[in-house]
Write a protein that binds this ligand. Structure first.
Ligand code: PLP
Length: 411
């Protein structure tokens, strides 16, 4: 063990497994580790570093705002906060009635969404007229208690039970939603593409069907755009691909480009549910975070990075599809959120081989590699990815063949 690994083992809470490397700096789509080895970063902090690392727009926005006004309490408004709220409303198509609540993370944005659903569920006499909240099997919405209740994976939830009551996980099919929804449902919470589940898209037409069913039954349609938002899928938001208008969306990750910030954007009548005192956060919406997110989103708009995500995503898919490896059996996803499906549960071995070659990707599940590079990538990064990933797959194939031979020749 090196010194930094000793420090990790001694000083950090053991809530994650072994760290892959000690990263010390980054520039564009590359990061360097403590041994000065260069890595191509095709994960971007799990769909966070929209502009890549150390982008001048990001750096300047932080420096300028830190030197102007970093934090005030929510007793005050600030220009960057108002500018970001107006930008998010415009980008999301939330219209004049839309409103924005700022949080510090994705889980916190979903906590706010959970409370929004509860407020919507309150009946006239204060008793929950709509106690049910629907979420999807395989969905992931965060690790705080409310967002965890929305998260499907039992292994994540069970140690922390009891969960807040009322959440039901249903299969991600239109038929299952039709069967489950009634007038006692306050909200349905869905991801347009289930990133943590292995980059699994909702069935075509799902969001449109969910929109009409929720309208019919008076439930809110809440779309978790934490991983899919900010241009990642080649549209500003995942829901844009189905042309619907939800009642609320949650955002985080890519909107801050590396600065921790989240948001709940409400549409129409859902915008009147929060009232003074019903929710809050000390840091949420402070001038530093909102100035950075505003600058990041402005750059995504000005540099045409949503279009770039669509174009480069298609290009990357072609590259992946032409890699001749028996280890790849399929490609999923949209824009620059891509899942590479493997022939067996070897994703961890592929991640390790890629890491060795100087490529950062991640195992969304044992059979799927997730890539979510910066929205700024171009031909050079894609060519480098092709070389490194092809080599990593060949390394894994060679080691699988070696262990087969070893097995066959064992006495
Ligand atoms: N929702 C989705 C769809 C996510 O992908 C994530 C994080 O991966 C979250 C919520 C939780 O966000 P955070 O880790 O910022 O709390």
């Amino acid at each position: 063990m090196t010194v930094w690994q000793d420090d990790v083992a001694r000083d950090l809470v053991r809530n994650v497994g072994d760290r892959l490397a000690l990263l010390t700096r980054g520039e564009g789509s590359h990061v360097w580790d403590g041994d000065d080895k260069r890595h191509l970063d095709f994960l971007a902090g799990i769909a966070v570093n929209s502009l890549g690392h150390a982008h001048p727009v990001f750096v300047e926005a932080i420096a300028k705002q830190a030197a102007t006004l970093a934090h005030v309490s929510n007793y005050f408004a600030t220009p960057p906060q108002l500018a970001l709220a107006a930008r998010l409303k415009r980008l999301a198509g939330a219209g004049i009635d839309g409103r924005v609540y700022f949080s510090n993370s994705g889980a916190e944005a979903n906590e706010a969404a959970f409370k929004l659903a509860r407020l919507h569920g309150i009946g006239r006499n204060g008793v929950a007229a709509r106690p049910r909240i629907l979420a999807l099997e395989n969905g992931f919405h965060g690790r705080t208690i409310g967002s965890l209740a929305l998260t499907a994976k039992k292994a994540m939830r069970e140690p922390f039970e009891p969960m807040p009551a009322g959440v039901e996980h249903i299969p991600a099919t239109i038929e299952a939603l039709e069967a489950a929804i009634d007038d006692r449902v306050a909200a349905i919470v869905v991801e347009p593409i289930q990133g943590e589940a292995g980059v699994v898209e909702l069935p075509e037409g799902y969001l449109a069907a969910a929109r009409s069913l929720t309208l019919k039954h008076g439930a809110l349609l809440i779309v978790d755009e934490i991983q899919t938002g900010a241009g990642r899928t080649g549209a500003w938001f995942g829901f844009n691909h189905e042309g619907i208008t939800p009642d609320a969306i949650t955002l985080a990750k890519g909107i801050g480009g590396g600065f921790p910030i989240g948001a709940l954007v409400t549409f129409g009548v859902a915008s009147s549910l929060f009232t003074p005192g019903s929710h809050g956060s000390t840091f949420g919406g402070n001038p530093l975070g909102t100035a950075v997110a505003n600058a990041v989103l402005a750059e995504i708009e000005d540099a045409g990075l949503v279009e770039n995500a669509a174009r480069r995503g298609a290009q990357l898919r072609e590259v992946i599809e032409r890699i001749e490896s028996p280890l790849i059996t399929g490609v999923r996803g949209r824009g620059l959120l891509i899942g590479i499906v493997l022939s067996s549960p070897i994703a961890n071995a592929v991640v390790a081989a890629a890491q060795e070659r100087g490529l950062i990707v991640n195992a969304a599940n044992p059979e799927t590699i997730r890539i979510a590079p910066a929205l700024t990538i171009g031909d050079a990064e894609i060519a480098e990815f092709e070389t490194l990933f092809t080599a990593a797959l060949a390394d894994v194939q060679a080691s699988l063949a070696a262990s087969e031979t070893e097995k066959a020749t064992a006495p």
